[in-house]
Design a protein around this ligand. Structure first.
Ligand code: NDP
Length: 324
């Protein structure tokens, strides 16, 4: 019988960390997960998915090399998934240094710590479509980066760190360049969940309004639980490589709101207010991905598109017991 594989997920308390942990447990992995402070974190996403007790939780701050090395030595993983770091584009304008530190220095620390450990460890890095800036035509793996936020700058640096360590040291290290992916586990800081939560409260009788900034931006929105399958597939390849993960469809925020409102029979004019204070210093107008390489090499394709994503999020918000 083959030995049980072990995975370490950095940033396990977040949306992707929780779904990936559930997926790997289902595949028979031993799963370790890190949080900056595992004693204080509630891990409510892991509790919600019913897997909190099946994971070995450790504290590690990725910007602190010693703590990264310590957790790697303890877990001795076959695969490391780096999903940790400041993940909000909006917040990155207010905390640019923290953003760069947690993403770029954090990724570098994991890469260096893996070099310290004698066993071959595969490394997945959570890259971001924000690196492309405004895509115009659908972006693929050969599209140049034009980052337009501190978050995107930090993610671009991390991407090239991974690429450089792969080339320089022959490491199995890859980046998934993921476009936006949503789920009921998204916090309300993100506009998709903010919309879904507010629309559901209004439908239940609240007299609040939904305040939004730029609603003409377009994004390629997918379903998080299936995006983490792509991460795992990248790690099972014979040679490490980077992949764009997207649905291949782009829709405006305006359309997203429309679908959410129509799910509960509400209309725009009574419920939505455009608030100019919510505009970002710089924003991407269009995010649109071309996932052809993932389809061809990983056999991965998005089954859920924007309309499905909104309906699934609305369902989960309205019926707390819906399966996630
Ligand atoms: P989340 O924000 O849900 O989770 C990220 C985790 O990282 C948090 O749970 C937190 O864990 C840790 N973290 C947060 N802030 C910091 C910080 N300043 N320093 C160190 N650690 C921090 O993100 P997602 O699960 O949505 O995304 C996973 C990764 O994928 C992130 O790197 C994100 O940037 C990237 N990504 C996500 C996309 C999406 O659409 N969801 C699209 C493209 C990329 P704790 O508090 O327990 O330490």
């Amino acid at each position: 019988m083959s030995e049980k594989k072990c995975a370490l997920i950095c940033g396990i308390s977040g949306q992707d960390g929780a779904y990936l942990a559930r997926y790997l447990i289902g595949k028979g992995y031993t799963v370790y997960g890190t949080s900056r402070d595992a004693q204080m974190t509630s891990f409510h996403n892991l509790v919600r998915l019913g897997i909190r007790e099946h994971i070995k939780l450790e504290s590690a701050a990725l910007n602190d090399f010693r703590s990264v090395l310590q957790v790697l030595m303890k877990a001795q993983p076959d695969e490391v998934y780096n999903l940790a770091g400041q993940s909000s584009v909006g917040l990155s304008f207010q905390q640019p240094v923290e953003t760069l530190d947690s993403i770029s220095v954090g990724t570098l620390n994991i890469l260096e710590a893996i070099r310290f450990i004698s066993k071959p460890i595969k490394f997945y890095n959570a890259g971001s479509s924000e690196c492309f800036g405004d895509t115009g035509a659908p972006a693929d793996e050969s599209t140049p980066f034009r980052p337009r936020s501190p978050y995107a700058v930090a993610k671009s640096a991390a991407f090239w760190e991974v690429s450089n360590y792969r080339e320089a040291y022959g490491m199995f290290a890859c980046s998934g360049i993921l476009f936006n992916h949503e789920s009921p586990l998204r916090p309300e800081r993100f506009v998709t969940k903010k919309i879904v939560a507010a629309v559901c409260r209004i439908a239940s009788g609240s007299d609040e309004k939904l305040y939004l900034g730029n609603i003409s931006i377009q994004r390629d929105w997918g379903w998080a639980p299936e995006y983490i399958e792509a991460m795992w597939l990248m790690m099972q390849q014979n040679t490490p490589d980077d992949f764009v993960i997207a649905t291949g469809e782009s829709h405006s925020l305006n359309e997203f709101v429309d679908v959410a409102l129509s799910c509960v029979g509400l209309n725009w004019c009574d419920n939505v207010v455009i608030d100019k204070t919510l505009l970002r210093p710089t924003d991407l107008m269009v995010g649109h991905g071309n996932p052809a390489k993932a389809r061809e090499k990983l056999g991965w394709q998005a089954r859920y598109k924007m309309h499905d994503v909104v309906r699934l999020m609305m369902d989960a918000q309205l019926n707390a017991d819906t399966l996630l």
